[in-house]
Design a protein around this ligand. Sequence first.
Ligand SMILES: [Zn+2]
Length: 499
Amino acid sequence: MYTPIFLFVFTLRAFLGETEAASQHVNKDLASSGHYNARFHVYEEQPYGIDFTYHNYEQMSQFLRTTSLRFQNLTALYSIGKSVKGRDLWVMVVSSSPYEHMIGKPDVKYVANIHGNEAVGRELMLHLIHSLVTNYGTEPYITWLLDNTRIHILPSMNPDGFEVSKEGYCEGGQGRYNARGFDLNRNFPDYFKQNNKKSQPETEAVKEWVSKIQFVLSGSLHGGALVASYPFDNTPNSRICRSAPLCAVFQSYTSAPSISPDDDVFRHLSLIYSRNHGSMYQGLPCSPSQPGFKNGITNGAQWYPLTGGMQDFNYVWNGCMEITLELSCCKYPPASDLQFYWDENRAALIKFLAEAHRGIRGFVVDENGNPIERASIKVKSRDVSFLTTKYGEFWRILLPGAYKLEVYANGYLPREIEFRVVEQHPTSFNVTLLRANRHPGDEEPGVNFYNGNRDHVNRDHVIHFRPHSSGTNTASEANGGIFSSLSNGFNSFVSNWFG
Ligand SMILES: [Zn+2]
């Protein structure tokens, strides 16, 4: 969630730092267009569009600024930090509430171009932004999505790498790395292995970003293959392959999947993308030497294990369901192919984001109805826990079925809640925690309440994934007499949008 300061800083950067450049642009346009009247009218009078060419950093920044000025009620532009070479890492929010988190509604994100020479995703993000803002109010699906979701789009996590990449280069590493030669998708903390790579400014910016906003769902966009890949990327006992082609050679050694507790959900999310994509579901290999993928999806480690990837980090550290989308066999195809890639991906990019509305959502509150922040939540037998927001909100993407939710917060009696998830709409319920000290019978010496939140001061450094934490259930089972199961018809309109 935004803290007010966080929002303020971003807003200030977007609108103080860039206003000068934007007004220069206006003045330039003024000189060439004869019908200019008022300062910002020029944006309304000129056609708004995005062509199928590659946009370098300046052109991309210009498009984002133009969009933010033209669609002030639907977009907000902020920078999460700077690259090694000082380029802003722009994020555009697209939502009917661009400046404020909508309480109870999920935030989702796309991150593209983490490998600077994988250029298709970067351009697709600009077209996605354009498509969302120009279809709001006329296309019911998009209108519903923007009314109920805040979509954060980082078109380029590695703008320095992109600037030294070459159009038409389908393979190779030029531009893949940041300006100091680091692979940013090997630069995150890793649950399975120690990652000794020096953390880069781009990585730090993303880590801070995801620590401040509880993203529910995320896609990381890549190129060089055609597949949706899901956690885990790493495994406790793996050969480390450094490139997909190399790993294909050694595939017999690297074919063991690394199964996460939410494997069913990750497979589902990946299939949503591949089925709504023009051709991914066919699972055809990019070349005879590359592997094919059944239904266009794969477990990350089963394809090839890697240490320090972003998707495992999102999931394990922040409870955010991120998958990796490989969108083109050629990493940097000719611009003349971009229309084709947009046509193949448009439906999938939009349908995937709507999956944030599947599963459960609600609030953790005290007995007076006040939100409890940083309560620790876990779906039983899925040992990746996550924390409530400052408003006490929680979300979890789950497939239809019966589950138990375990909720812990310092100073409160832990609680276990049974609930069901149905296909048609998200299950919505609130969890009320009672203060531990109001129940003297529970305060006998020697009773240890779960205190998993005590050290969660800095989420960046807390590992929530506890594969062997069976012992933590004891307290909640003792409290198991109080079950509640509520399935509210949150919004029956939602049911129309699942693909
Ligand atoms: Zn990549």
